[in-house]
Ligand binder design. Structure first.
Ligand code: PHE
Length: 411
């Protein structure tokens, strides 16, 4: 069942940066258990816990995300979306498992946006909090570090928003409710080539992020196939502060658009520095731009630029508008795409747990991955054989400091 089951324990430990001896002890203990009964390594936590934790009428799920750090809005918005969904599910009677209703409790852990934190927090959620399912992370590099742990323990993980194809390839416990980057790269290329009618693009990407490298490749491939030319490809590393040397090189190439598949904090810095260098072309990005902080930090430099995303808060559908209203009432701000995906992921978990009638890892994972036609805020969600969702993307334009719906791209 687990593709990683046969791996030596040392290889798992190698992947984790365990800072606490406690976590290591817990990990060794749990792995010993599961290898002695290979039939069901998913049960570890919930079913045979001797203590009263969790209570029979309560199931616990975990969320790991960047609640602080340069991608803090990713984790916080996701957490808000999850909590809104769980509040609604609990208010409606919780999840019915085998004839008994169970309320859901969420325990959230901060990754600070660092891949090296992921193993530790996912281990903690599974071994000490006894979660039956893990939601997260947002950034693909962080999820790629956390997913092998969930896989090893046989606990399902749903990433609301990691789009790198490798994430769900980790194993059968790992699924997602968002589209993947081969499609997102196509959507960006198609919008640039067909809607904006640009023929020459430059790319500036983050070589330290799996997401950014993958999206760069997919954009480049698709844009060229459509007949466009990629005149410059330059790489930065997350957290860099001086982009002038890279931008100066790009400026010479007279690109009509600059594609930046990065995260919002870096993108705002890049935009400001590009404008100072007199570069006036529109900037284009992927979902990693999606944060209220993009406009807060980037100001005028980001106006008139575009990015692809999972939803737009101004789309006039009933699902979206009722979600936006509820979220605003609770949190006092307009939900971004992460909030919407977190909300959808938590609801898909609850739907799957009800269908599975069980919190057993293997049964729950099977129910999650057989999700079909689920009406989410981010579209209708069907999970395919690779445990990915296939859904349309939207392109938004930054106008007056806000993302405004501009186009929809079908898969
Ligand atoms: N797709 C990004 C990644 O895989 C994360 C992200 C999703 C960021 C949605 C913002 C909005 O790293």
């Amino acid at each position: 069942m687990s593709t990683l089951a046969a791996r030596p324990l040392t290889s798992l430990i190698h992947r984790l940066t365990l800072t606490a001896g406690v976590a290591l002890t817990a990990l060794l203990g749990a792995c010993d258990n599961s290898s002695s009964s290979n039939a069901n390594k998913s049960a570890p936590a919930a079913t045979n816990a001797p203590a009263a934790k969790p209570a029979a009428s309560e199931i616990v799920i975990g969320h790991y995300g960047s609640l602080t750090g340069p991608e803090a809005t990713f984790g916080r918005s996701t957490d808000n979306g999850i909590k809104l969904a769980v509040e609604e599910i609990n208010a409606a009677g919780g999840v019915n498992i085998g004839g008994t209703s169970h309320t859901i409790k969420v325990i959230s852990e901060d990754t600070e946006g660092k891949p090296e934190k992921a193993g530790t927090v996912v281990t903690k959620l599974i071994t000490s909090d006894k979660v039956v399912c893990v939601l997260g992370e947002v950034a693909s590099s962080v999820t790629l570090a956390g997913a092998p742990v969930a896989q090893q323990f046989g606990v399902p993980m749903i990433t609301p928003s990691s789009t790198n194809p490798q994430v769900t390839a980790v194993g059968d416990m790992i699924s997602r409710v968002c589209f993947i980057d081969p499609f997102q790269g196509y959507a960006c290329a198609k919008f640039a080539f067909s809607d904006l009618k640009v023929k020459k693009a430059a790319i500036l990407f983050d070589q330290a992020a799996a997401y950014s490298v993958g999206l760069k490749d997919e954009f480049e491939k698709n844009f060229k196939q459509m007949g466009g030319e990629v005149v410059a490809v330059e790489a930065y590393t997350k957290g860099e502060s001086n982009f002038n040397p890279l931008l100066t090189k790009i400026r010479e190439k007279n690109a009509e658009i600059l594609f930046i598949p990065g995260y919002y904090t870096d993108v705002a810095n890049i935009a400001i520095q590009a404008r100072k260098l007199g570069m006036t072309m529109p900037l284009l990005g992927g979902d990693g731009w999606d944060s209220a902080d993009l406009a807060k930090n980037g100001g005028a430099a980001i106006e008139g630029s575009f990015y692809s995303n999972h939803y737009a808060a101004d789309q006039p559908t009933e699902e979206i508008q009722s979600f936006v209203k509820k979220y605003k009432e609770k949190f006092g701000e307009t939900p971004d795409g992460l909030a919407a995906l977190g909300y959808d992921a938590a609801r898909i978990f609850a739907d799957a747990a009800t269908r599975a009638g069980s919190t057993n890892g293997a049964k729950l994972a099977a129910a999650i991955t057989s999700t079909k036609g689920f009406k989410g805020v981010t579209g209708t969600i069907t999970i395919n054989e690779k445990r990915d969702a296939v859904k349309p993307a939207v392109i938004v334009e930054m106008k007056g400091g806000k993302p405004v719906f501009r186009a929809r791209v079908e898969p």
